[in-house]
Write a protein that binds this ligand. Structure first.
Ligand SMILES: Cc1cc2nc3c(=O)[nH]c(=O)nc-3n(C[C@H](O)[C@H](O)[C@H](O)COP(=O)(O)O)c2cc1C
Length: 330
């Protein structure tokens, strides 16, 4: 059983300073991290694991490492009851594995995954960059996470590849190659529109099923922000509200994998608005975003996806009927 100790010093935000969780997550995303799958065995002796980027080294002598586990995770009972865990550092080729272990919808995440039982009895995944098997040294309660500190007992070196890097909500290789293609104009507007229609259409349908009213409020408040822009507002502010609209839809969809894709598409949107497309006010688009929100509130999936289609179509067609290259930002 992990030893539980009280935090040495509990830090709280200065009274009166509201740290908004969404922005906190976004700013923390500016710090690139590697990605690991942390594994252990549950009460039935079955392997379990999750994708994790909170892994960090703590001490060389003794050799200590840590990771933090969301208290809401279904894996809390398994990790709290186990006296050991393994850290498997992912290579850039293992992005699919990362997605698999980040999904709460896959019942047996180890199905089809090559792994073996390590020296401490922990599941060690094949073809990782490195694996560390640890005895639990301490488990600290920290806000909405448990922090597990482990003492490394065994380690193994794996393949000599580059690490999978997570940065600003997306895997860096993917994000970087997309960024390059967008700036070089290699991603066509028609292709991108089709991608937005498909991805956000699906997310809107899921949101009609799963979103809380508070999440729909976030979509609506992003629409409010877009409409509130004055002529002197900067491009950065417009980009921010446009991104917020799409991010809020992605959050409301409750699908971790689609959310990652959406984050990457938001990155594309930012790049296009910054480097490729001229952005000018489009008040004629206001009612269409309102329609998306209304259909969401009515839990009407066809209506919501249809309203997004209309928005994207109108976005490309100027009031005179000509096709324009414009952003989603107004
Ligand atoms: C790149 C990435 C990093 C993540 N890092 C953590 C983490 O450090 N701690 C955590 O509890 N969840 C993290 N997650 C989320 C978990 O992987 C995910 O919630 C979990 O595996 C799903 O199962 P659950 O719903 O039972 O928690 C991360 C997800 C991704 C995609």
């Amino acid at each position: 059983m992990p030893e539980t100790s009280s935090p040495v010093a509990e830090r709280t935000a200065t009274p009166g300073t509201a740290i908004e969780p969404r922005q906190l997550r976004q700013l923390l995303g500016c710090f690139p991290t590697g990605v690991a799958v942390i594994t252990t065995t549950n009460a039935d002796g079955q392997p379990v694991g999750l994708t994790c980027n909170s892994f960090s080294s703590v001490s060389l002598e003794p050799p200590l490492v840590l990771f933090s586990l969301r208290k809401a995770s279904s894996l809390v009972p398994a990790f709290c009851a186990s006296d050991a865990f393994a850290i498997n550092i992912l290579s850039q080729r293992q992005d699919a594995l990362s997605g698999r272990f980040a999904s709460s919808k896959i019942a047996d995440k180890f199905e089809g995954v090559a792994w073996h039982v390590g020296s401490l009895g922990m599941p060690v995944i094949e073809d990782c960059l490195a694996s560390f098997e640890c005895r639990v040294h301490a488990c600290h309660d920290a806000g909405d996470h448990h922090v597990f500190i482990g003492e490394v007992k065994h380690m193994s070196e794996g393949c000599a590849d580059h690490a999978l890097v997570f940065y600003k909500g997306a895997y860096m290789q993917l994000a970087e190659s997309l960024r390059k293609q967008v700036i070089e104009g290699k991603l066509g507007t028609a292709d991108l529109d089709e991608a937005y229609r498909t991805l956000y259409g699906r997310l809107l349908r899921l949101a009609c099923e799963h979103a809380s009213e508070a999440e729909l409020d976030m979509v609506e408040s992003a629409v409010d922000a877009i409409e509130a822009h004055g002529p002197d507002d900067s491009l950065a502010q417009r980009i921010e509200s446009a991104s917020r609209f799409f991010s809020a839809i992605a959050v409301a969809g409750h699908n971790a994998a689609l959310m990652l894709m959406a984050q990457t598409m938001t990155g594309v949107l930012r790049e296009r608005m910054t480097h490729v497309i001229p952005v000018r006010p489009r008040p004629d688009l206001f009612p269409l975003r309102r329609k998306v929100v209304l259909r969401l509130r009515q839990r009407d999936p066809d209506g919501a996806a249809g309203a997004l289609d209309e928005l994207i179509t109108k976005l490309r067609v100027d009031r005179d009927g000509g096709v324009v290259a414009n952003g989603f930002g107004d």
